[in-house]
Structures are given as C-alpha cells and as structure tokens.
Design a binder for this molecule. Structure first.
Ligand code: HAM
Length: 420
C-alpha cells in the first residue's frame, strides 16, 4: 500500500523551515499588537453567502475557487477564502462597533483556502496574517496600515519589495468611470471571455496580463481622471502621510484587486523575486462591505500579508532569519540511575524557564552527543554512575568544548548564570 500524500496544492510545514514561518507570523503581528490592534479568531468556515455577497459574485474567488460544502444538517458552508468578510461579520455579531468605540482595530493569523491552479507561490491552502480597522473614514488609518506592513517586511530584512498604491473611487464616481470604461472596451477586439468580463467587472480587464490585451488598452479612460473631489482629497492625504513616514510607494493606476469590496485606497506589496505570483500582500478600503453583508455603514480599511509568499521572498533574497536554537541545555545520562536523576534535573530546568532536552532512546554516549549537537544547545550536561557517586555532573560548553564538574545541587543555578 502506498502512503498518503498531502493533497494537491498543499504542503506540510516541517522543522527546520517551519521555524521561519513562525518567525514571519510573529514579525508581521508584532507591529500590529504594538499599534492598538486586538487579536481576533474566527471559524475556518462560514455561511457561503457571506463570501458570495462580501467578496463578490463576479470574482474568481467566488465563482471558481471556493471550497463549498453542504452539512448533514443542510447548511451551505464554505472554507474561508479570505479573512476580511469573516472578521467584519464577527465584529458586527459581537457588537464591537458601538458608537464611541470606533475604529475597532483587529488582527488575525490563520489558514485560508482557494481552489486555484497550483503552482510555485500559489497554493490551495495558504496562510495570512491580516489587520482590519473597522468603522472610521480617516486617511491616517490607511496610512498606518501601509506603514505597519512596510515595518514588518523591513524588520524581517526584506528589501526588494515595492508598494503599489491606487484609489478605486467610491460609489459616486466609480459607476461613472465604469460606464466610460465599458464603452471603450466595447470598441476593442477581445475574446469572448474577456467581453463577458468587461460587462460584469470591466476594471478587471485593465489587469489582464496578456500583451494582446494590454496593447489595445492604450488610451483607455483612467479612473484617476474620474475621481470625485472627495476621493481625490482623501487619496492625496493618504499619499502625503505615507510619504512623510519615509515609506516609498509607486502610484499604479492599473492596480485593481481581485475582490469586489474595495473602495478608494487600494494597495499591493509585490516582490520582484517571485515570478508570476509576485503579490506578497494586499489590501485597501472597503467602505461598503458592512452594508453588503447586512450591517450598518462602517467605512473600514485593512490588509492581509501572505505568509507563504513572504517566506519565499525571504528565500529569494537569501535572507536567513536569526532564529535562536530552541534548546539551551541537552542532558545525556549514562546508566539507569543517571537517567532518573538527570531526567529530574531536566524537568527542574524547564520549570525554571530554561529550554532543555534529554537524550532519549537509550543511545550510547556517542549517539546522544550527536543529538546534543543537532539540538543547537549551548551546553550539554553528561552524567554517569561515577559522577553521581561524587555528587556532580559534567557541564560542557558545546562551542569551546570546555568541560567542568558541577555539583548536582548547583546545576540549575549554574545553567541560569551561564545563560544570562
Ligand atoms: P488577497 O490579495 O486575496 O487579499 O490576499 C492577500 C495575500 O494572501 C496575497 O497577496 C498573497 O500573498 C496571499 N495569497 C492569496 N492567495 C494565495 C494563494 N492561493 N497561495 C498563496 N498565497 C496566497 C485578501 O485576502 C484580502 N482579504 C486582504 C484585505 C484585508 N483587504 C482588506 N483587508
């Protein structure tokens, strides 16, 4: 019988690479926790309608990529393809949006599922860390989020990423632009599917990667020229605040995001070392989403950064994160009595907050010392029957090889002093 494999488009996170994923999640979360964002966790699945209404009936995510299921009780659910609709639903349900408490600032970290054509950097199960600032129309919030994402990437040591920024207008000016764009697109020579897309979601056509389409788009009306005064002023303020923070960005008037809920500010973080799946993160303002899912008007903004692609970007740049060894002390016992005593000492060390591990499996000295080496521990503690008879253990500095006898009763204090 052949063994099972992880499903197509998924992969397992195994040590040592999994440590990098944890460090990336932590590096993205730290600036959020430090800026007034509270942690939120929502179910891995939701009522399917939350996404079809929220993310949009015409998006690839809803039409092609959702994992949907009918429960035995007859409920129509979907594995979450993204986090924004769920987090907003949770904030509404939990009544976090009471007047006077806005904006509600939340951050999250978790798994998301899209039935996509799997390739490098594009998976069917992937991981995001995200942030949402719900219930305030304030350009400083948009700026804050862009600045915090930039800070997270820089702390990780990432350099070759760019920030693309655009405004998609609001419910006043976007419909006017949409019509102008549609009129223009109707005059082009496009294939059937693109013609259909132009009728449902014309802005997505601007995003078409094919040269044959891009050539025809020269001279297309641009949203920038249709923005109403309020949207223009808002966007200028966001740009000014981000610029003042010393964060560089590129205006990209062709940036259209793959989710329907965006209004005004939209942005994407792209990395040039990743080939076609270059977006390491993205987000923007979604002033109408709350009403789309049955809530009151709650203008909001947020982003999600892809953990998988951020790790790939780090690898592409050759950045090795400084991840300290998980184990500080490794204990090697020779003989039954020593085993019992040292196992007790390891428990004591752990309770004292020292990361300690033990040579299991009855290996001899040589094999156990190999384990000690592999663990990355700074110190090994070795004891046999003769040591115990003298009331000592051998305390070895793994880097220098220097070894001293330490009284058993002083082991914990010695370790703590040496690690300090
Ligand atoms: P998104 O652009 O669909 O936005 O996803 C954000 C990030 O998640 C992407 O930039 C990418 O790094 C990662 N990602 C998406 N799909 C995949 C995949 N199939 N494989 C690997 N990584 C992937 C959202 O999800 C919005 N909810 C962001 C947002 C929050 N907007 C406002 N608030």
């Amino acid at each position: 019988m052949s063994t099972f494999q992880a499903p197509k488009g998924t992969y397992d996170l195994l040590p040592p690479r999994s440590a990098t994923f944890l460090a990336v999640r932590e590096a993205i979360a730290a600036p959020l926790r430090n800026s007034g964002y509270g942690y939120v966790e929502t179910p891995g699945f939701e009522n399917v309608e939350l996404f079809s209404r929220g993310v949009g009936e015409s998006t690839d995510i809803v039409t092609k990529e959702m994992y949907t299921l009918t429960t035995k009780g007859g409920d129509q659910l979907a594995l979450r393809p993204e986090g924004t609709a769920s987090v907003l639903r949770a904030a509404l349900q939990g009544n976090l949006h009471k007047a006077g408490l806005l904006p509600v600032k939340l951050w999250y970290s978790g798994s998301y599922y899209r039935y996509e054509r799997a390739q490098a950097g594009r998976y069917r199960h992937f991981s995001q860390v995200g942030a949402e600032a719900i219930g305030a129309e304030d350009p400083a919030l948009d700026a804050e989020l862009i600045i915090l994402a930039d800070q997270a990437y820089r702390t990780l040591g990432l350099r070759n990423f760019r920030i693309l920024l655009n405004s998609l207008g609001d419910k006043e000016c976007r419909p006017v632009y949409r019509e102008a764009l549609q009129a223009f697109l109707r005059g082009l020579d496009l294939d059937e599917e693109t013609v259909r897309r132009a009728e449902i979601n014309p802005l997505r056509v601007l995003d078409d990667k094919r040269e044959s389409v891009q050539e025809q788009l020269t001279g297309a009306p641009m949203l920038r020229d249709y923005l109403c005064d309020a949207c223009k002023a808002y966007h200028e303020e966001v740009r000014a605040l981000v610029t003042a923070a010393g964060v560089a960005f590129e205006d990209d008037e062709k940036l259209v995001r793959g989710l329907d809920y965006y209004t005004r500010t939209t942005f994407e973080f792209v990395h040039d070392g990743l080939g076609s799946q270059s977006a390491v993160g993205g987000g923007g303002r979604y002033d109408g989403l709350s009403e789309m899912i049955g809530g009151p008007a709650l203008p909001s903004v947020g982003w999600a950064l892809g953990v998988d692609r951020t790790v790939l970007a780090l690898e592409a740049e050759g950045v090795a994160l400084d991840i300290p060894a998980a184990t500080s002390v490794f204990a090697v016992a020779l003989g039954e009595e020593a085993r019992r005593v040292l196992f007790g000492k390891v428990t004591e060390l752990r309770r004292a907050g020292v990361a300690a591990d033990f040579g299991y499996g009855g290996k001899g000295l040589k094999g156990a010392m190999k384990d000690a080496n592999r663990s990355g521990a700074r110190f090994a503690v070795v004891a046999g029957e003769r040591d115990l008879a003298e009331g000592v253990v051998q305390f070895k500095d793994m880097a220098s090889g220097e070894q001293t006898a330490v009284p058993l009763a002083e082991l914990v204090d010695t370790v703590r002093a040496r690690l300090a």
